[in-house]
Design a protein around this ligand. Structure first.
Ligand SMILES: Nc1nc2c(ncn2[C@@H]2O[C@H](COP(=O)(O)OP(=O)(O)OP(=O)(O)O)[C@@H](O)[C@H]2O)c(=O)[nH]1
Ligand SMILES: [Mg+2]
Length: 336
């Protein structure tokens, strides 16, 4: 399944306008001084995240983007007009890459974020600028500098409805693979997942939602500890957060601690993340007896969030979890 919407575009910034060669003409002054003005700067090409857009499809037809060139300088020391910038609007979540090396040049996550895709050329200096004590009448001016010119690859990442957050090894990838066709790598060591994985979760009646498995968050993630920082940016775009906590292989205190550390990391990255609808999945309950499950659920109730006791491995209670998440996504009062 292809989750990525892609387009290759060519951007060309405006050229700088040439400087002007001119001499003043005045009555009774046979040889006036040089008065050629500078050329104008070429316009930049800027790529901007626009929340009104949600696909890169329009770029399949329109692939070349050229900003205006600067105008030539004029006599009487008049500067040429600068070319206007060209703004290309793309949906938030667009990653801009170098098509040859695949290097990521920008990742426009938030509405309004911009990337300078091609820089306009500087205008050339007019001959008035080249006057020196020994050269009073320069007969030359600079040409404008050409604007930058390059190909860019645009890739749009699908926005997930649900983002799975939690410490390493909690079972986030196991959960994603249990409920979708996604096949993320699963292993019993921390940081198995190093890039977000997306899966489409199908519910009865042709309903579906997109779930993202985000690399494990540990204390300090918001400062770049572990792998979480880049991915925290992507959580900003998910509608609902599901904390996945290992309640089966560790003491209850440690499980509560996992939740609090994760929540603190989210808050330190951006307090508004905690305004999203959230729920808690207590995972690995196949390793607990009934009493243990009840104890865990009641301990987590104090956070005031919906709590689901599940086993990603045996698929226990996954249906109830998914139904709960689906209604959170579609409840009218949620903030995105
Ligand atoms: N018993 C049991 N083990 C589970 C369950 N879910 C996951 N595991 C195991 O827990 C380990 C970690 O699972 P992952 O799904 O890789 O965990 P993760 O949260 O994606 O971890 P990172 O990618 O490292 O952040 C694996 O050995 C899984 O088999 C469960 O419900 N029950
Ligand atoms: Mg994982």
């Amino acid at each position: 399944m292809n989750f990525i919407d892609q387009a290759k575009v060519h951007v060309k910034a405006g050229d700088g306008g040439p400087g002007c060669i001119s001499f003043r003409r005045e009555k009774y002054v046979p040889r006036g001084g040089p008065d050629g003005g500078d050329g104008g700067r070429g316009g930049n090409v800027i790529i901007k995240a626009d929340p009104r857009l949600n696909t890169l499809l329009p770029f399949q037809r329109n692939r070349t983007f050229k900003a205006q060139s600067g105008k030539a300088g004029m006599s009487k020391n008049m500067h040429g007009k600068s070319g206007s910038d060209l703004i290309i609007n793309v949906p938030p979540g667009t990653v801009i890459k170098d098509p040859e090396t695949g290097r990521v040049l920008a990742d426009l996550v938030k509405p309004g974020e911009t990337f300078l895709a091609a820089k306009g050329g500087l205008g050339g200096k007019g001959n008035a600028r080249f006057v020196t004590s020994t050269r009073q009448a320069p007969r030359y001016a600079q040409p404008g500098i050409p604007g930058e010119d390059r190909w860019l690859l645009l890739e749009l990442k699908l926005i997930a409805d649900v983002g799975l957050v939690g410490p390493p090894n909690a079972g986030k990838s196991t959960l994603l693979s249990a409920v979708s066709a996604a096949r993320p790598k699963i292993a019993d060591y921390p940081f198995t997942t190093i890039t977000p994985n997306l899966g489409v979760v199908s519910l009865s009646g042709q309903r579906n939602m997109v779930m993202a498995d985000i690399p494990g968050l540990i204390e300090g993630a918001h400062k770049g500890v572990g792998m979480g920082l880049d991915f925290l940016r992507h959580i900003e775009r998910t509608k609902v957060l599901l904390y996945v906590i290992d309640a089966g292989t560790q003491e209850l205190d440690k499980a509560l601690d996992d939740f609090e550390v994760t929540r603190k990391e989210l808050a330190q990255y951006g307090e508004e993340l905690l305004h999203k609808p959230q729920a808690i999945a207590l995972n690995k309950i196949d390793l607990l007896d009934e009493k243990g499950v009840e104890k865990a659920i009641s301990a987590f109730k104090k956070y005031g969030l919906p709590v689901y006791a599940i086993s990603a491995a045996t698929k226990k209670n996954l249906e109830a979890l998914l139904e709960g998440l689906y209604s959170m996504i579609h409840s009218s009062d949620h903030k995105v």
